[in-house]
Unconditional design. Structure first.
Length: 163
């Protein structure tokens, strides 16, 4: 191990400890920015908790959560505040938790859960399953499999069985 490496590592550890110690002294509020490609759903919206489904698993995010970047999978984002809960279904995207208790959610598309038609979801799921079973080529099968995954997550969300 070189002299410079031995000298730098302790200094780096000290700086990291100081950084996280200063970040832990935040206000205790979680601020959410929720954006779609064509509009901003929420900007600087204060909440107490956000529950979401990521590829790595389901997360409950509070103020002062460890900084992270998560890929969202099709599912429900639940924004919980003192005044109640707002639930959105997203088909995918990213959630970025910053050290300053700001959560940025960037989704491809999002819909309020109460605006989703249960019968239309069931019909579209059945159609996607029919397409998957009758597909002659691999591309059509894969496209139908993606639709099935999305509609199954949507059906679980509107029936209240979402994870």
């Amino acid at each position: 191990m070189s002299f410079i490496t031995r000298a730098i590592k302790p200094a780096t550890r000290l700086a990291a400890r100081r950084f996280y110690a200063s970040e832990a002294a935040s206000s205790g509020k979680l601020i959410v920015n929720f954006a779609l490609p064509h509009e901003s759903v929420l900007k600087n919206h204060e909440v107490s908790q956000v529950d979401l489904s990521a590829v790595s698993g389901d997360l409950g995010i509070l103020a002062d959560h460890v900084p992270t970047i998560e890929q969202l999978k099709p599912g429900v984002i639940d924004l919980i505040s003192e005044s109640g809960s707002q639930k959105y279904f997203v088909s995918g995207g990213f959630a970025i938790m910053n050290p300053n208790s700001v959560l940025n959610i960037n989704a491809i598309e999002a819909f309020k859960l109460e605006d989703i038609d249960v019968q239309a979801v069931a019909a579209n799921l059945a159609e996607s399953q029919r397409l998957a079973s009758s597909a002659k080529d691999e591309i059509t099968k894969e496209a139908a499999a993606i639709e099935i995954e999305l509609y199954e997550a949507l059906q679980a969300a509107v029936s209240g069985k979402a994870k």
